[in-house]
Design a protein around this ligand. Structure first.
Ligand code: CO
Length: 405
């Protein structure tokens, strides 16, 4: 049985925000890879893996995935933090990759075998105004995407006022835009009224609130959107306000998707148990990898909750591959968020999942099926760009109060 001999991290993407972990074994050529990417704290996660979690695992049986997960999870006593979970997930996914290679099976076979031929994904349609949004939605419909997310510009779009017309204090802090809950409440239902009028009800549509609203406004929004029969409304509330999902459920039938910021079982457990959400949206790498995510999927099955693992802009093809294998093997899979990569980025990952007309296709190579070309990974990294520090955009209300992103 293979034993772990080394664990190291490789940074890539031009801006250095992708980190791929490589777990090496004592069997020639046998290794696994996993995603340790964190857009905002990338070097901190690398330090955690290479200086803290990794050295503990040298000499351990690579196949003891559950035992390694459980003992690593509590190895620093405190647990369930975003960065610790990411480091743990990277190692976990790499160990699953190794096990698949040992078995000679793609991961979706090891996880129970495929429940579907390919993985339906949702597209990200955006427009600064309604006609351009409609045009973008129509483009995705024609391309064959089964579900389409609709946004008026960036997150919070539809809720932004020109600072010149917003009722701001005389000593207002400089700001290029002002977020206003009531404007959002006005514009987003109007957006769906427009889209349903133009496109009918045959197209499956979603919307991402990205937690911008005051909780009571979020309840009102969900209620106002009910006539437009969304596939789901995403992140209506911030993780701190999840108790408000009970109020949403009492008020309307708009399906709820939640969880991309979740890192702790106590965040998702009540929502699943009480059937307060319809789609669980955790990011595989933020909940501790395939081991943890498959448990979440299985738990959800019995409460009628479907999976919609988070992907989006800052994820890498290795995290997407991990999600795809779970998507294929989970009966209660709902939909997969898309990810779009540049051709030169995909070249770094031979065997990457293939996205075609709204469906994601796996190959039948053993393990994750995706590899890392380290030379190309190094060439893709731009040291200048990679030295920058990234922060989440700050949206603020008229008086300057920061909005939870
Ligand atoms: Co989201």
């Amino acid at each position: 049985m293979p034993k772990v001999t080394a664990i190291r991290c490789i940074r890539t993407r031009a801006n250095g925000t992708w980190t791929i972990v490589k777990v090496l074994t004592d069997q020639p050529g046998l290794y696994g890879i996993g995603s340790a990417s964190d857009h905002y704290h990338n070097t901190t996660v690398i330090h955690l893996i290479e200086q803290s979690l990794g050295p503990r695992l040298i000499g351990r049986e690579a196949g003891h995935i559950e035992d390694i997960w459980q003992s690593t999870y509590t190895s620093g006593y405190w647990r369930n933090g975003s960065l610790l979970n990411t480091a743990l997930a990277a190692i976990d996914v790499a160990l699953w990759d190794i096990k698949g290679k040992e078995a000679g099976m793609p991961l979706y076979q090891l996880l129970g075998g495929p429940c579907r031929a390919a993985v339906p994904c949702y597209a990200h349609a955006v427009g600064e105004d309604l006609p351009s949004l409609e045009e973008d939605v129509r483009r995705y419909v024609e391309e064959g995407w089964p579900v389409i997310r609709c946004q008026l510009g960036p997150y919070g779009g539809g809720g932004f006022l020109d600072p010149a017309v917003a009722r701001r204090p005389k000593n207002a802090w400089p700001s290029s835009q002002v977020f206003d809950d009531e404007a959002y409440l006005e514009n987003i239902p109007a957006m769906f009224a427009y889209l349903r009028d133009k496109l009918g009800f045959g197209v499956k549509l979603t919307h991402d609130v990205h937690e911008h609203l005051r909780p009571q406004v979020a309840v009102t929004l969900a209620k106002l959107l009910e006539p437009y029969r969304l596939f789901f409304l995403e992140d209506a509330l911030s993780p701190e306000q999840i108790a408000y999902f009970r109020l949403i459920r009492q008020q309307c039938t708009t399906p709820q998707a939640m969880g991309e910021l979740f890192v702790n079982p106590h965040e998702w457990l009540p929502l699943i148990q009480e059937r307060l959400i319809d789609f669980i949206r955790c990011r595989i790498s933020k909940v501790g990898g395939i081991t943890q995510a498959q448990k979440i999927a299985h738990l959800c099955e019995w409460f009628g909750v479907h999976t919609a693992w988070q992907e989006g802009g800052d994820n890498d093809p290795v995290n997407l591959a991990a999600a795809m294998h779970l998507d294929l093997a989970s009966w209660n899979f709902g939909i997969q968020e898309e990810n779009h990569f540049r051709p030169e980025e995909l070249e770094v990952f031979p065997g990457h999942p293939v996205l075609e007309r709204g469906y994601l296709y796996a190959n039948d190579a053993p393990g994750l099926g995706v590899d890392l070309d380290e030379d190309k990974a190094a060439k893709l990294l731009d040291p200048e760009k990679a030295s920058r520090i990234f922060y989440m955009a700050e949206d603020r209300r008229a008086d300057g109060t920061v909005v939870r992103p």
